[in-house]
Design a protein around this ligand. Structure first.
Ligand SMILES: NC(=O)c1ccc[n+]([C@@H]2O[C@H](COP(=O)([O-])OP(=O)(O)OC[C@H]3O[C@@H](n4cnc5c(N)ncnc54)[C@H](OP(=O)(O)O)[C@@H]3O)[C@@H](O)[C@H]2O)c1
Length: 349
């Protein structure tokens, strides 16, 4: 067990900034005619994100699993979001499509369904996540550690599968909900799929892999004319009082500290959603016209880590091409990306 450096802890704690945001910070923008997919949008930050996008006229696919009985069902979420869109005067399409991020087959089926729809995907929000595996499900049926697959692997696969549709949008954006906690993640490549002996924690480490992958994807997009215009960023939504923390127990110093912070410092899911909405719509976090050939002059391009709505420093290894390459190779090994033909254009030297 290694202990995170004071600098990593400091950077991680910056994610607890509870500043109250308003529509002045993240102004409304028309999304009429745009298509958006949000994973994990029946609850929490994803649900609130979907509500904002719906109010602004977007067509939305809620990419959700059939949840345990105590969670808000995606059908109920869909109806609430539809009503909201109608109340704002939009005739948009809001649908729930089933996907279980703990089951690769359903991710593949979801992607095929989307590609067959022949729709152009303007915004992909890779948001679904769990803090820990449910009791008795440390490994998924696909042989991966539960958090590793739900939070990270399935989003990688989904994104790569959907790229042909994303590339057809004029200025597409991919927003990945990573976390400030990536700062205390460990680069334990021997335990990429977690398991006993792993240094760090599956949640922390996978948020780190995810943020590194975001930076690597953007750098590869920039080398490929067909994907050059795509912008991908990682966002920390804030320290949000949501269902994700229901797994916390009363034992252990970290759980107790988190519970204490939740009571006094956490923001609500609506506040958390500003991070995703901002990364998806703010011109600053859109394409950089100098390197991507599209976008407004304010656009800074992607590959960034955004703490709520503010660009922030990612952990140093996110800027290390050698370390990122290792993540890329591990993903290829685990998901058999080459064999599936998913790296044909992106696997550039
Ligand atoms: N809350 C925070 O302080 C915080 C901080 C940093 C980052 N994040 C990240 O923010 C994202 C959203 O979390 P949240 O705080 O909004 O928590 P949440 O309310 O628990 O939402 C998580 C969402 O992910 C979905 N999900 C979980 N397992 C899934 C699976 N196997 N297949 C498909 N969907 C699944 C959940 O659906 P069900 O209803 O079916 O469970 C739910 O819609 C996560 O990636 C989380 O890691 C949160």
């Amino acid at each position: 067990m290694t202990f995170p450096s004071p600098y990593s802890i400091y950077q991680g704690l910056r994610g607890v900034n509870p500043t109250t945001l308003t529509n002045h910070d993240v102004p409304a923008t028309s999304l009429v005619g745009k298509w958006v997919i949000i994973t994990g949008s029946n609850n929490g930050v994803g649900f609130e994100t979907a509500k904002s996008f719906a109010a602004w006229g977007a067509n939305i696919i809620l990419a959700c699993r059939d949840p345990p009985a105590w969670e808000r069902h995606p059908a109920a979420a869909m109806q609430e979001i539809k009503d909201l869109a109608e109340a704002e005067g939009h005739q948009s399409i809001i649908e729930w499509w089933s996907i279980d991020m703990a089951d690769i087959q359903t991710v593949e089926a979801f992607a095929q369904r989307w590609l067959h729809s022949d729709r152009v995907l303007d915004i992909l929000c890779n948001n679904a996540g769990v803090a820990a595996p449910p009791a008795g499900h440390y490994w998924t049926k696909d042989g991966f550690q539960f958090v590793h697959q739900v939070n990270f692997l399935s989003h990688v696969l989904l994104t790569l599968r959907l790229l042909p549709s994303i590339a057809r949008s004029a200025q597409p954006r991919i927003v990945c909900t990573t976390s400030c906690i990536h700062h205390i993640g460990e680069l334990d490549f021997e335990h990429f799929n977690c398991g006993s002996g792993m240094i760090g924690d599956p949640y922390w480490n996978n948020k780190l892999w995810f943020q590194m992958w975001v930076a690597e994807m953007q750098s590869r997009f920039l080398k490929h004319p067909e994907y050059l215009h795509i912008t991908i960023n990682g966002v920390h939504p804030g320290f949000v009082a949501s269902g994700i923390w229901d797994v916390l127990e009363n034992d252990g110093i970290i759980d107790r500290a988190l519970k204490f912070l939740l009571r006094y410092l956490a923001i609500d899911p609506k506040q958390g959603s500003f991070a995703i909405v901002n990364a998806a719509t703010n011109p600053i976090f859109g394409p950089n016209p100098k390197t991507q050939g599209v976008g407004s002059s304010e656009g800074r391009g992607g590959g960034k880590y955004i703490n709520r709505i503010w660009e922030a420093v990612p952990k140093a290894c996110c800027d290390d091409p050698g370390a990122r390459e290792k993540v890329w190779k591990k993903l290829d090994e685990e998901l058999q990306l080459q064999n599936k033909g998913l790296l044909v254009e992106l696997d550039l030297p």
